[in-house]
Design a protein around this ligand. Structure first.
Ligand code: GLN
Length: 496
């Protein structure tokens, strides 16, 4: 038998393979991670813990193995972002307005993971309705990154957002892998902040059915894990056509994991000059140069490309995403889900108003206000229509760049993790964090972050690879080439 503290050192594919080889039982794995989750409460990474779900899946996996049946993720317990509806398990999107909501159905992505044998360790904390970059907008308190600066201070740091529970839990090794969602960067930026890997696939690869909607034309699910290979293995299970999602891609899911190759010979990797933004810290520029050297060493040819409308991406995103959010969040009316605030003698309108005033957090209200404004009759053309036009230009930028290259390489975020509270009073400073991740979201392209180095304070930094639509393989391959060369082995010291 392998000791439990050894089992939590294993990643997704290592657990899967060790279980298959009979090195340990799925129950031993689930018990080890359940204990790690219970011991990790100081991180506040979970909203709900579900040890019994992980154990039930493990027992089923052990029984099936005894009968000669081994499913693709048998023996692998996972953390699930609280944006995924899970049948019979509270799902809140980290918002008070969904307090106590227990879905009677399972999201397609979690259904696929569970059908593949994975278990659930719990529902992971996140920014409320996935709106944020630091996890500070959660109604359940912020997540604390397991990382600390090496300057002797103990300043608690943001794990990134909105998938900050996912990133913190994977980085702290209290889960081997997790689901995330990415609307403008919420898989990639938290992955970069915590030294793990995460991929947002092409829009439509993972069904959005049963995922609490934020901005429907941008939302995508994806995996967050310690390695590129683990991400590939999880993404294979999470992806696939779903007739219940009208924007789901009706394409076969490739065997990304089996086909992984870090040989980039014949690949042209574009370096978009507009990503060299003002005030970019030297360390980020240096990391980018290191990344260029790594992919060149793997055989790729480097080409300079231009994405001329990059600087309009953030303002465009912050019109389109709130517009869609204001429409999606209209359903939280106190009648159908979660919270209902019905003051004495209140009529229906007053009940709506009281419920929404109490249930939504400040950032969510800000987005509803902005979204309602840009969709209003007087301003629709000036903002929303204009933003859609600029979105088309951003899509065209990428199409033109991909005429001369196969993939793009950029930093994931303009800085390492910031301290909790450092940006929470300044929404614009917070929004600027998404400067490198938002363009690929607007264009629906696959993009991934891989850990590539540390800053001078000992904090992780990530590099982003953006691919053509449907070319997750190219993205994962370049991610692997960087992973192999960066040799990122740093991990947070255990203080929790
Ligand atoms: N930080 C961005 C926002 O607040 C992106 C969030 C996300 O990708 N879910 O909208």
């Amino acid at each position: 038998m392998t000791a439990p503290n050894t089992l939590i050192e294993l990643g997704v594919t290592e657990l899967r393979d060790g279980f298959r080889a009979g090195d340990f039982t799925a129950r031993e794995g689930a018990e080890a991670f359940n204990a790690a989750v219970a011991g990790g409460k100081a991180l506040n990474a979970f909203i709900v813990e579900t040890p019994e779900h992980a154990l039930a899946a493990a027992d089923a996996a052990d029984a099936a193995r005894a009968a000669g049946d081994v499913k693709p993720l048998a023996g692998v317990p996972l953390g699930i972002k609280d944006l995924f509806c899970t049948k019979g398990v509270q799902t809140t999107a980290a918002s008070g307005i969904l307090g106590g909501f227990v879905p009677p159905y399972e999201s397609t992505v979690t259904a696929k993971l569970f059908a593949a044998g994975a278990g659930m360790l719990g529902k992971l904390n996140m920014d409320q309705f996935a709106m944020g970059s630091s996890n500070e907008t959660s109604a359940f308190g912020n997540v604390i990154s397991p990382w600390r600066r090496n300057d002797g201070g103990n300043a608690p740091l943001a794990p990134g957002g909105s998938s900050g529970g996912s990133s913190a839990a994977v980085a702290a090794r209290i889960v081997p892998g997790a689901t995330g969602t990415d609307t403008g960067g919420s898989i990639r930026q938290p992955a970069a902040f915590t030294g793990i890997a995460g991929i947002k696939p092409t829009y439509g690869r993972c069904s959005r059915w049963g995922i609490v909607a934020f901005a429907s034309s941008l939302d995508q699910a994806g995996p967050m894990a310690r390695t590129v290979k683990d991400c590939a293995a999880l993404l294979e299970v999470m992806s696939g056509f779903d007739p219940k999602d009208a924007t789901s891609l009706d394409l076969p899911v490739p065997n990304w994991e089996r086909l992984l190759s870090s040989d980039l010979k014949g690949k042209r990797i574009g370096i978009p000059k507009e990503y060299r933004v003002d005030n970019m810290p030297e360390e980020i520029e240096a990391l980018w140069q290191k990344g260029i050297a790594m992919v060149r060493d793997a055989g790729a040819e480097i080409v300079d490309v231009s994405l001329p409308h990059t600087r309009y991406a953030l303002p465009t995103y912050y019109i389109i995403a709130p517009a869609e959010a204001s429409s999606n969040l209209a359903r939280y009316d106190g009648v159908r889900y979660g919270l209902r605030d019905l003051p004495d003698g209140a009529n229906l309108q007053e009940m709506y108003a009281a419920t929404r005033a109490e249930g939504f957090g400040a950032e969510v209200k800000r987005r509803i206000l902005i979204g309602t404004y840009v969709l209003s009759a007087g301003f629709y053309d000036a903002y929303y229509t204009q933003a859609q036009k600029v979105r088309a230009l951003i899509v065209r930028d990428f199409e033109q760049a991909f005429e001369t290259c196969d993939l793009l390489l950029t930093p994931t975020a303009p800085s390492a993790a910031f301290g909790l509270g450092e940006k929470s009073d300044d929404p614009i400073a917070m929004y600027l964090n998404d400067v490198f991740t938002v363009p690929a979201s607007l264009a629906g392209l696959p993009a991934m972050s891989v850990p590539a180095g540390l800053d001078s304070k000992g904090l992780p930094l990530g590099l982003q690879i953006i691919g053509k639509a449907f070319d997750e393989q190219g993205v994962l391959d370049a991610g692997l080439a960087i992973e192999e060369r960066a040799g990122f082995t740093a991990r947070p010291g255990k203080w929790w």
